[in-house]
Design a protein around this ligand. Structure first.
Ligand code: AKB
Length: 312
């Protein structure tokens, strides 16, 4: 039987593509998209849509009951750069929305949760290259602290209350269909828009800042596959490391130049440099590959080609 899905934060960068993919997979009527406002016409017009505040437990519970929801994908969050500007609200949103869905699962009102974590759970004391699944985690950003605490709560609710919650530590995500909002890895999306429009881009990170990244197609595939996996295959109930590619601004600029030879990049690092410097440069995702068969398709070359084809 098809799951009955509620996506909270469906109008965001991941939510938009996730909604369309899940609707194709499980049928439009089985996927209820929701967000704080009607922020994306594609999402709003392509199937059932509800306005919901992720901080309002009663609203979420009402939607769960009315639509007989089995699975919730909680995609609403404040990302790293925005969270630094509004720490109290970031903590409130990122933590309490998670508690709401965990408590619905604890009360057996829903069966399964997807909750996104991030490479931001790692910090400056974490090994930078091939960051292992289990290692030192001392995040130094509000966003990272909230994601790390969230991971601990996911594992706790699984161990103590038997809640089926599944999670991935997303790297920076790159997509052509919906712009990201408020992240430190956003430069890797902005650069494409500026390369096409202006043939130049001023990067807010320094030239050799290497970060883990992933094309949205791969991220959506991973999200759907971890949710489809048999429960016994999910061995990690905090969050799985996930990787596809790692590159610096210099390397992505060089790749874009292969298609747009006039393209030039300049550098003017801002407060986001410190955030990027605290994160891993590359990730070891062996556990995800072993436990539920994760594999990526896109590397820097194929991702760049696909982005430029869609945006150009
Ligand atoms: C951000 O930059 O804040 C996000 C993330 C890595 O979680 N893209």
């Amino acid at each position: 039987m098809n799951p009955k899905i509620l996506i909270i934060g469906a109008c965001g960068q991941i939510g938009t593509e996730l909604t369309q993919k899940l609707r194709k997979l499980y049928g439009t009527e089985n996927v209820i998209a929701s967000d704080i406002r009607k922020l994306n016409t594609d999402v709003v017009n392509s199937g059932p849509f509800e306005v919901v505040n992720a901080l309002d437990f009663n609203q979420i519970e009402h939607l769960v009951e009315v639509h007989k929801i089995t699975d919730i994908y909680l995609m609403a969050a404040l990302l790293s750069a925005t969270a630094e500007k509004n720490p109290a609200f970031a903590w409130d949103l990122n933590m309490n929305s998670l508690f709401h869905v965990l408590n619905l699962a604890k009360a057996k009102k829903i069966q399964k949760i997807f909750w996104p974590s991030s490479i931001a759970v790692f910090g400056p004391t974490t090994p930078k290259e091939n960051t292992p699944q289990y290692t030192i985690m001392e995040p130094s950003t509000v966003y990272g602290i909230s994601k790390q605490a969230g991971e601990r709560w996911c594992e706790y609710y699984h161990n103590i209350y038997g809640v089926d919650v599944r999670s991935i530590r997303y790297p920076g995500l790159i997509s052509w269909s919906t712009p990201p909002g408020g992240g430190t890895t956003d430069y890797a999306v902005d650069i494409f828009y500026k390369a096409i429009a202006d043939k130049k881009y001023e990067c807010f990170l320094s030239s050799e800042t290497k970060m883990p990244m992933m094309y949205m197609d791969d991220a959506i595939e991973a999200t759907i596959n971890i949710m489809k996996a048999p429960a016994e295959d999910i061995k990690i109930h905090s969050s799985y490391n996930l990787a596809a590619m790692s590159f610096t601004p210099t390397q992505i600029a060089a790749e874009i130049k292969k298609h747009i030879p006039e393209f030039e990049i300049t550098y003017n690092p801002d407060f986001r440099q410190k955030i990027a410097d605290s994160w891993p440069a590359s990730i070891d995702d062996a556990e995800a590959r072993k436990d539920w068969g994760w594999q990526h398709t896109f590397d820097l070359e194929s991702m760049t080609k696909d982005m430029l084809e869609h945006l150009g």
